[in-house]
Design a protein around this ligand. Structure first.
Ligand SMILES: *Cc1c(COP(=O)(O)O)cnc(C)c1O
Length: 451
């Protein structure tokens, strides 16, 4: 940075103002807030990029008064849509430290200490899932890139053995949209295995899909099991799918972006039987491991396959490729890398794992409790019994437009953010509960508002 930038950055007033803003945002119950139109924002914020600069205080004021209120607080306890986020205070605080530290997390040479800490978290997750010693990986930006990195590795391994083929990935009808997005990038087919009534993919359907893929002249190279579907929080029969993978020599990838965190709760562990056979798995700390955006833990049973698939070579990079040094960037689809696993590391190292287990269990208990309440109300219908912490239900007689009006009122009242969803073409709504501060009483009030 230039001297002039350094000087203006050093203004104690600007620095204090930013510290205060961040500290308040971590302390205070965040307002839910909500979007504004482009016209409104143009009018309120005006042109902010100018030759002379606005000065730090003025720019911060625009952010605090105009821009931040035009974003929804995904960590609000009544933000229950999609998959919310609920970072611990310590993880958010430490994200500030990561930002201040300019650590290059792509190579051991530059980031050894931080990479060491990240790897301890990955080893812990691998051990929870029953993967053997020697497994490992890295934190990438999100589940989509985690799935891409794992499936590129899987295909590279298959390609080494079989040469060029018309490749296919097998996954459940309830698998996340990112699997299809990944297939598009990789230019391979997706063969869908039909999930059962419960929403879980079983062994027979998985087997059928593999056979069908082959009958179509495709070469399946990987089968994806979902450990907690995004819509319903339902776990596939991972053990059954792993048997199919073994029989047909397929890579077994477990997409647990949201739900694999549940394995930390002792009473849920049985749901994940079979994950110990995974060739790779992902879990997003920004979903259900109480860390800030954005991070995906990606773990391989045999990381060497990933290194062979992903290492970038270039004259200026070869100095980093010393034998025996673990360079995270070699194991995923990325090069420059923020040490985005450190906020989770710091919080987990500080609090200990037991608190995480309890927080996850509490979310699941709350989901079951509110599901029971929904079942008891005549005007509501539970679409499926929850397995993890997602509860999907219908308001009898409502069409999509009625859900939308109701949802917008909840947000404009600044009480909750709950959007319509759908299943098999029928509109519904859902509570995705990952925030330890979400209260049963507030969920009941939301149900009352639908009467
Ligand atoms: C959210 C999700 C993804 C995508 O993760 P991003 O971090 O949003 O890229 C993939 N799979 C499942 C099951 C998910 O829930």
């Amino acid at each position: 940075m230039t001297d002039a930038m350094h000087q203006s950055g050093l203004s104690p007033r600007v620095r204090n103002a930013i510290f205060h803003y961040a500290s308040d945002r971590i302390d205070v119950d965040p307002p839910l807030d909500g979007p504004r139109s482009l016209e409104e924002l143009n009018e309120l914020a005006g042109q902010t990029i100018t030759e002379q600069g606005l000065g730090g205080e003025a720019a911060l004021k625009i952010f605090a008064d105009v821009l931040a209120p035009a974003t929804i607080s995904t960590d609000h306890p009544n933000y229950l849509s999609f998959i919310p986020t609920a970072p611990t205070e310590l993880s958010t605080m430490f994200d500030l430290v990561v930002s201040a530290s300019s650590i290059y997390g792509g190579s051991w040479k530059e980031g050894a200490g931080a990479v060491f800490a990240e790897n301890q978290v990955l080893s812990f997750l691998a051990a929870e899932c029953g993967l053997p010693e020697g497994s490992g990986g890295l934190f990438v930006q999100g589940g989509t890139l985690g799935n891409l990195s794992a499936l590129v590795t899987a295909r590279e391994k298959a390609k080494t053995k079989l040469g060029k083929q018309h490749w296919a990935i097998v996954c459940s009808s309830e698998a996340h949209s990112s699997v299809k997005a990944v297939a598009k990038v990789m230019d391979c087919e997706v063969v869908i295995a039909q999930a059962g009534e419960s929403g879980s993919l079983g062994k027979t359907a998985a087997l059928q899909a593999v056979i069908e893929a082959k009958a179509q002249g495709l070469t399946p190279f990987a089968i994806v099991g979902t450990a907690g579907t995004t819509n319903f929080g339902i776990v596939d029969d991972l053990a059954g799918i792993s048997e199919v993978a073994k029989e047909y020599d397929l890579w077994f990838h477990v997409d647990g972006a949201y739900g694999l965190a549940g394995i930390l709760a002792p009473e849920l562990k049985h749901l994940y039987k079979g994950v110990e056979h995974a060739d790779s798995f992902i879990v997003d700390p920004h979903k259900w491991l109480f860390a800030p955006f954005d991070a995906c833990a990606l773990v391989y049973r045999e990381p060497e396959y990933a290194r062979l698939a992903h290492t970038q070579h270039g004259e200026y990079l070869e100095v980093l490729n010393h034998a025996g040094e673990f360079n995270p960037s070699d194991y995923g689809f990325n090069l420059t890398r923020r040490v985005r696993g450190l906020p989770l590391w710091f919080s987990m190292a500080s609090h200990g794992v037991e608190l995480y287990r309890q927080a996850i269990s509490a979310n699941v208990d709350l989901a079951h409790k509110i599901a029971k309440e929904i079942s008891s109300r005549g005007y509501l219908k539970l679409v499926r019994d929850p397995q993890l912490s997602v509860v999907v239900f219908e308001r009898n007689g409502w069409d999509l437009a009625q859900y939308e009006v109701w949802s917008e009122k909840l947000l404009s009242d600044q009480f909750a953010f709950v959007v319509p969803s759908s299943h098999l073409g029928k509109p519904n709504t859902r509570f995705a509960i990952v925030n330890p501060l979400t209260k049963y009483e507030d969920l009941v009030k939301i149900l009352d508002s639908m009467e």
